[in-house]
Design a protein around this ligand. Structure first.
Ligand code: ATP
Ligand code: MG
Length: 422
């Protein structure tokens, strides 16, 4: 794979002035201060950096004394948000993690003064590079820059130990292969299967967060292939792992995933289209996806197969639109097209024509409403009133030209007469 050029070091001018000033103030107070982690990695790769995270040998208490406006946003990890010059940046005290006994978080966090020790507890070499914006020097004790050039995701230190310390790293490893377009280094990948019991303790919400980040990547399939290969997919969602055991079905899912446009819910629909809806419902609940996300993806999975709709009559197409819903139909077509590997141009054009034509898809979109039926036809609020409106919608789905007040009132009268005599 050809790699985009990687910078040899951080461009000093790229570090925001406020960030440099915060580092300078910390250093003037006698501490070490660096930018570190994802921001350095992304900048060296020539990617946009959203947050420049700082680390320092100053204690959180000292950081809060030193700057006028601070908020202890993650004080248990030693993180203080500093507001400076209209900007905000996260300043985290250097940490040497204590023992991990449950594979989820270290039992103790020890604040330390040594940058090297802090970098050594980070997960991947490309995430373990620090830059001093005052001295303009890079600290890269684990060869992260070289791995950036190789496009390799390599654990810092012994991968078996690192994955067993913190099971989330198993999934971060998969996610970064997609987010960065990198490959997992062989020994790093080989260490994952031995850490799956630890990975199994990671909360469903944290898994959800990593999945969402992976789904937003340029080629999300990279992450899901890693999960399938290393066994973490079987831990997270066995029903999808069974799809992975069928090479043809899996390739289809991977291709659908990579061609489906955002939002991530559509990509999730493309990925999961072959999985039982009931199973997915439970899985979304366990992962605490929002009700809206769960309903959206389940709808996409339910309606992703449009083969029957393509040849259907206009009336059947309109009934399908009613079932899918106006807001969802664009995403449904995206998923359907991604799964089939086709653009569905003709179906899209028919759908567009129906929607542009203003076809009502629900009772409350008809040219008459319950009040009008009561006023003009002397109906009372009743089941019969609801049934009449539902019948009118069916009439209009068959022939949208009937959607005028006069035509609908006529049909309503005819329906009532027929009901009264029948
Ligand atoms: P992004 O913000 O794009 O998800 P990131 O690398 O900045 O990527 P964060 O979760 O913001 O990831 O973490 C910041 C840094 O903290 C990482 O670059 C890494 O050095 C370290 N880190 C985060 N999570 C872990 C972990 N589970 N184990 C070890 N180090 C970690
Ligand atoms: Mg980050």
């Amino acid at each position: 794979m050809t790699r985009p050029s990687v910078r040899a070091s951080v461009d000093p001018a790229a570090v925001p002035r406020a960030v440099r000033e915060v580092c300078a103030a910390l250093q003037a107070d006698g501490h070490g201060a660096w930018v570190v982690g994802g921001c350095v990695r992304d900048h060296l790769l020539g990617r946009a950096v959203s947050d420049w995270d700082l680390c320092t040998s100053a204690t959180p208490r000292r950081v809060m004394k030193l700057f006028r406006r601070t908020v202890p946003t993650g004080i248990e990890h030693g993180t203080v948000t500093v507001f400076h010059d209209g900007e905000q940046c996260e300043v985290t005290t250097l940490r040497g993690d204590g023992a991990y006994t449950d594979g989820r978080r270290p039992d103790t966090v020890a604040f330390i003064a040594d940058l090297g020790e802090d970098l050594a507890r980070r997960d991947f070499t490309v995430n373990a590079i620090a830059y001093d914006p005052i001295a303009e020097t890079l600290s890269d004790p684990h060869g992260g820059l070289g791995d950036l050039r190789l496009g390799l995701l390599r654990a810092v230190g012994d991968p078996r130990t690192r994955f067993r310390e913190d099971g989330l790293r198993v999934l971060r490893g998969a996610r970064f292969t997609a987010a960065l377009g990198f490959d997992l280094e062989a020994a790093t990948e080989a260490a994952i299967p031995e850490a799956l019991d630890v990975f199994g303790k990671v909360s469903a919400e944290r898994v959800r967060e990593e999945w969402i980040k992976a789904l937003k990547a340029h080629a999300p399939s990279r992450a899901f292939r890693v999960m399938a290969r290393t066994g973490s997919l079987a831990v997270t969602l066995p029903a999808l792992d069974r799809v992975a055991s069928d090479a043809e079905a899996w390739e289809r899912a991977m291709a659908a995933l990579d061609t489906c446009p955002l939002p991530f819910t559509s990509r999730l629909g493309a990925l999961l289209h072959g999985v039982d809806v009931k199973v997915l419902d439970g899985w979304f609940r366990a992962g605490k996806f929002s009700n809206d996300e769960r309903a959206t993806v389940l709808r996409l999975v339910r309606f992703h197969d449009v083969t029957a709709v393509e040849g259907a009559s206009d009336a059947s197409l309109r009934r399908w639109l009613r079932d899918v819903g106006r807001e969802a139909v664009g995403d449904v077509l995206d998923v359907a097209g991604a799964v089939r590997g086709v653009g569905l141009a003709e179906l899209r054009a028919r759908v567009r024509a129906e929607l542009d034509g203003g076809v009502p898809l629900a009772v409350n979109e008809l040219a008459v409403d319950g009040n009008m039926l009561m006023a003009k036809l002397g109906m009372k609020p009743s089941r019969a009133l609801g049934a009449t409106l539902a019948g009118l919608l069916e009439d209009v789905l068959d022939d949208p030209s009937r959607n005028t007040p006069d035509a609908l009132l006529d049909r309503a009268r005819a329906r009532i007469d027929a009901g009264a005599s029948g």
